[in-house]
Design a protein around this ligand. Structure first.
Ligand code: SAM
Length: 250
């Protein structure tokens, strides 16, 4: 099955250029996903095909008018569902969102510009809103490409090697362990001995404890979300000096 992604944007060339590149480009060539970009300016009426207007209530900036976006969504044959608008006030986009979208037959992303969308179009024709994070971009295009790349990497065949996305950060609810390559000593910094030992069980254990320790230090919220620490994990963190005892609360 080929994942169908529709994107509504005022900058279709920017989207297509990146979608043709690297992982996304190769995955499209292999038929893993297909992209349909719709410039909703084409659905605007009037000599200037204007898509924005001044905000009711006053204030700076322009607001995207509802009709061109709604018409594009309603009149595009086969447009993929659900329809997802990129907005800073949407639900945070996470690995769980990407996993859910990767299992669908497709989805549509709507990119805003200026001050954003008229609220009524979000209510009338949009199924979900997602945010890339607590910051404000100038437009939804970069957010859409981030969503697409995160999703396509998880679709079977998306990376050309299904193993590659299995052990990454967030895959098992933890951040990923650190990586090293040659040389074994670089500017006085050595690759951990265990990774050069050839002892696969020890390497596996080291990686799991490092992933846990990194997550414990940087993102305790992720550990909380997966139900806290199990007894073995408590022991590992105690051995690493990150917990005073395996019974310590955390
Ligand atoms: N006035 C809006 C607000 O304060 O929430 C910001 C509008 S922003 C300048 C223009 C467009 O960029 C938005 O409509 C949205 O499509 C996109 N955008 C900006 N930041 C985003 C984010 N963190 N996540 C997803 N989309 C974002």
């Amino acid at each position: 099955m080929t994942l169908r992604v529709d994107v509504l944007s005022l900058f279709p060339d920017a989207l297509r250029a990146y979608a043709d590149t690297s992982v996304l480009g190769r995955a499209r060539e292999r038929g893993v996903w297909e992209l349909f970009v719709h410039d909703f300016r084409e659905a605007a009426s009037g000599a200037h095909r204007s898509v924005d207007d001044t905000p009711y209530g006053g204030g700076a900036g322009m607001v995207l008018a509802p009709e061109p976006i709604a018409r594009t969504i309603e009149e595009t044959p086969g447009l993929a569902r659900p329809v997802i608008a990129l907005t800073p006030s949407g639900e945070p986009f996470t690995h769980a969102t990407a996993t859910r979208l990767a299992r669908l037959e497709g989805f549509t992303l709507v990119c805003g510009r200026y001050e954003g969308f008229d609220q009524r179009v979000l209510e009338a024709v949009v199924d979900e809103e997602v945010s890339l994070g607590d910051f404000v971009l100038a437009g939804g295009e970069l957010a859409a490409l981030c969503v697409i790349e995160a999703v396509v990497r998880l679709v079977p065949g998306g990376l050309g090697n299904d193993e590659s996305s299995v052990e990454e950060s967030f895959g098992d609810g933890l951040l990923e362990y650190p990586h090293y390559t040659k040389p074994a000593v670089w500017r006085g910094r050595e690759v951990p001995e265990v990774l050069r030992s050839g002892n696969h069980a020890a390497i596996e254990r080291w990686r799991r404890t490092q992933a846990l320790a990194l997550t414990w230090r940087r993102r305790p919220d992720l550990i909380e979300r997966r139900g806290g620490l199990n007894p073995l994990e408590r022991r590992w963190l105690t051995e690493l000096g990150l917990l005073e005892s395996p019974d310590e609360n955390g």
